[in-house]
Design a protein around this ligand. Sequence first.
Ligand code: BG6
Length: 454
Amino acid sequence: KRKTNIIPKGFLWGGAVTSFQTEGAWNEGGKGPSIVDARPVKEGQSDWKTAVDFYHRYKEDIALFKEMGFNAYRTSISWSRIFPDGEGEPNEEGLQFYDDLFDEMLANGIQPVVTLYHFDLPLALQKKYNGFASREVIELFDRYARTVFKRYGSKVKYWLTFNEQNLVLTNPEFWGVSLEGAENEEALRYQVTHHAFIAHAKAVKSLHEIVPGGQMAGMVTYMATYPHTCAPEDTIANMKAKELLVDFYFDVFAHGEYPTYVTSRLQQKGIVPHFEEGDAALLKENTVDYLSISYYQSQTASADLTDESALISGITPNPGLKTNEWGWAIDPIGLRVCLKDMYARYRLPIFITENGIGVREELNENDTVEDDYRIEYLSEHIKQMKIAMEEGVDVFGYLTWGSTDLISSGGQFEKRYGFIYVNRGETDLRDLKRYKKKSFHWFKRVIETNGEEL
Ligand code: BG6
């Protein structure tokens, strides 16, 4: 008897991107500058002004996504398209852009999955308030969130608050925060982390008030870590690293309170994040509907427990794994490890909202890219996801990072992720024409067979 497919009907398949890595049109339609636009551009690398010109070409791209069979596509809303300086009145042209975009997706059978914030704070809020270091920005974020929930609530069911919120402690600059001049840098990092939790919980609350049935995620980038050796000390180091890098966030998202492994550590350091009245209750009452991860790679943790930065620097490459050109270890089983651990701990549905491999690629003489390595990478990860599901984990969607090529987070265009090649170079925009790679046809078949044929 043929085994039934573990992947249920209605499973979400598609791709994931952000506004600023695809849209371009950085100063069109009334958009204000964001902190990404103000980032210095490295010599020889792309700026963010055009990206892949999705702002003007989204109909063409969505037609290709439809051809692949996508039923979901994740992007972020650019906050500064909606509120150009983060305050004041919303910009109708920006609101209309996402209305048109989401309508086009829906008309093609693709449901939008929307990230509220993907590291692109309106620049004005960085200058005026030092970003999320200030409680004011939490209120402005909530105002922005409520505005888009009201506007798109009938079109969007699945939302994410912050992309990869677990980066806030190590990279507060992604939340528009400068640590310069801080009396106690570490205390400020934890305060910003607290503000991100509060802003997140407020958005959960607002979504549930405004959009009946709206589903909100907490998201982390989940880099699997293993003990570097079988020494017990390495296992403890690995637990501590994981607590700091992953569990802290999921625990607050899912259980609505700070875990004791964090509060005890903070106490020892003499750091007391400032909780305003109502913060604890807000966190407790506004836990998430599902959990979301990006997954790319794994590393190992070795025993060096003197402090948090030593712990983080104790995270080292896994000598047994192959890497991509950027040194990211390729580890499909690591995805299964993450999924199983998350589900055992939280029992919440899981949405994989990023997985993929960046590669330098050029069109061949047949105007395509034979990207067998990408097919292999994705198919091995999907296989491990399916095993996790067979072992009882509830995963309801899988989105690859990119669909067309797009600018990488570090500002490189040559690190390509797409099923669809975009004809542009690092700084030479060429004609921005789209070409199907071999993986385009492969992923189409994966979706057609609901993951049976890999
Ligand atoms: C994720 C981010 O961390 O990884 C994306 O959410 C990013 O913005 C993606 O592009 C891939 O990383 P990179 O550095 O290769 O672009």
